[in-house]
Design a protein around this ligand. Structure first.
Ligand SMILES: Cc1ncc(COP(=O)(O)O)c(C=O)c1O
Length: 487
């Protein structure tokens, strides 16, 4: 008997993603999904703002538990959708904006002055003008920015609300390099010499410090926070007032259900690179490893998809760090009357999006490998690391109910760009049956950086539509989806 059914790839030796009930609710409704494809085309990004709410609550619970004044600014660079910004604003949290359009759109969506910060890496005059007109806090990265913001504020007859981005924190006797921000070691001299009445920068109203560390280290974040608190203590004695420290983003998330699967994949990958087993990646791609003199060398260059400590626990550990005097950072922040701010991107849209694409063709290459061509391209689901390592799901229109041993097939999903490397997942995926033309492949948990960050319009392909899913009841219909552009 054949039936419309969905199935996860790699039932054995896979990387099983953590999923949410809403994702299964959709995959259980093939007619509705096919309707959406008919109306909007392929691929489709589905956004679920309610998931942002759930993540937001968990962070706020940590602030409550540690009794700190905490505020969240959703780093919208993780996903371009307006729906998440609207949800963040409705939930009374803020938004971290990194470009003129991110800033102006967030303001248009109704953000108040305390609900936006501007952290753009390149700040243009028109962008700063918008920020100053709307009394948005600007994170200053360098002295040219100080100069420009001060001049604009003077011309506009306002004081610019600013925070200074710091970097170069010393951790375990080594300085943490960053191209961003002022060097923390010389910042005391900088601000005391240049900022304030009768100094070069008279129109900067200093409100806080900001940092965003590369990587995902908890102790590094705790240490940087402590160094900021110490610097603020010194500067308070020199007449500066600080209201907050913003520790940026980089809060790890956990994508995978099983630690043993995660460890096992590493083992399998190395075995396959040594050619001791069949390839587990397309044409033996090493994902950071390579084979040299029969030995696997290098380091896996993927996001750490499995993390025991993640999300709210990650935040709690950063803030619970105890100084040598036995005080926690949470206590020190309170003592100095400082608000702690975070700018989570990926971790706030965890579980909040999926990407679906239609199967267009199936073929076997000269090596006999099955390639399943999808109506999407590599830019529409691209990781900044070596691969997106979550098993996809396939929504079959006609799947044999009885699992037939000989129907199982190993495939790679290929995309529409003219590049040999447009292989949507580098990992080989074992499926219960070869997908048919028109079946749907579902990539889960793609909202954070995967669906939008690298998308391009090469070959004049349209960008993927983004549909916001807000179910009114368990019985869903196509009316539960609206285009993000229409928000
Ligand atoms: C300044 C700043 N804040 C916040 C973020 C968000 O980081 P994440 O998505 O890892 O939480 C970034 C990411 O690059 C950033 O540069």
């Amino acid at each position: 008997m054949k039936k419309a059914m969905y199935s996860k790839g790699n039932q054995k030796q896979g990387l099983t993603p953590i999923t949410s009930p809403w994702m299964h609710q959709l995959m259980e409704q093939p007619q509705i999904i096919q309707e959406l494809f008919k109306t909007y085309g392929s691929p489709l990004n589905i956004l679920h703002p309610k998931s942002l709410c759930l993540n937001r609550e968990k962070f706020q619970d940590v602030f409550k538990e540690l009794e700190v004044d905490g505020q969240i600014f959703y780093a919208r660079k993780a996903n371009k959708a307006k729906a998440f910004v609207a949800q963040a604003l409705a939930d009374h949290i803020g938004v971290d904006t990194a470009s003129t359009r991110e800033l102006s759109e967030t303001l248009t969506l109704g953000a108040s002055k305390d609900q936006v910060v501007l952290t753009a890496a390149i700040k243009t005059e028109d962008q700063l003008q918008i920020a100053l007109e709307n009394e948005v806090v600007v994170m200053i990265d360098n002295d040219d920015e100080s100069k420009l913001i001060n001049r604009l504020a003077k011309e506009m007859g306002v004081n610019a609300r600013v925070a200074f981005r710091l970097s170069g924190f010393t951790f375990e006797d080594e300085k943490l390099y960053s191209r961003f921000g002022f060097d923390v070691d010389s910042f005391e001299d900088y601000i005391t010499q240049l900022v304030g009445q009768d100094k070069a920068y008279t129109h900067l109203q200093v409100e806080g410090f900001h940092f965003h560390l590369d990587g995902y280290s908890i102790p590094q974040r705790s240490d940087a926070l402590l160094q900021c608190i110490k610097l603020i203590r010194k500067l308070k004695n020199k007449g500066f007032e600080f209201r907050f420290i913003d520790m940026g983003g980089g809060i790890l998330i956990n994508y995978l259900a099983s630690q043993s699967e995660w460890k096992n994949f590493d083992h399998l990958l190395k075995e396959s690179l040594r050619q001791e087993t069949a390839p587990v990646t397309f044409n033996y791609q090493g994902l950071g490893y390579w084979l040299e003199d029969g030995q696997v060398k290098g380091k896996r260059a993927t996001y750490p998809y499995y993390n025991q400590v993640h999300g709210e626990q990650f935040l709690k550990e950063v803030l619970s760090f105890k100084t040598t005097q036995g005080k926690s950072l949470a206590e020190l922040l309170n003592k100095e009357k400082l608000q702690i701010r975070i700018e989570p991107g990926r971790s706030l849209v965890n579980q909040a999006g999926i990407t679906m694409a239609k199967v267009i063709h199936r073929k076997q290459d000269a090596k006999g490998q099955w390639l399943v061509g999808l109506e999407m391209n590599m830019s529409q689901m691209m990781s900044s690391s070596a691969d997106f390592m979550l098993d996809p799901y396939v929504m079959y229109q006609n799947l044999e109910e009885e699992e037939a041993e000989n129907a199982a097939v190993e495939v790679y999903f290929t995309g529409a760009y003219c590049l040999e490397r447009d292989i949507l997942l580098k990992r080989k995926i074992t499926l219960p049956q070869l997908p048919a033309i028109g079946d749907i492949v579902v990539f889960v948990n793609t909202a954070g950086y995967m669906m939008h960050f690298f998308e391009t319009e090469a070959h004049l392909f349209e960008l993927a539509p983004n549909l916001v899913f807000t179910p009114k009841s368990h019985q869903i219909s196509t009316r539960d989806f609206v285009k993000d552009a229409d928000i």
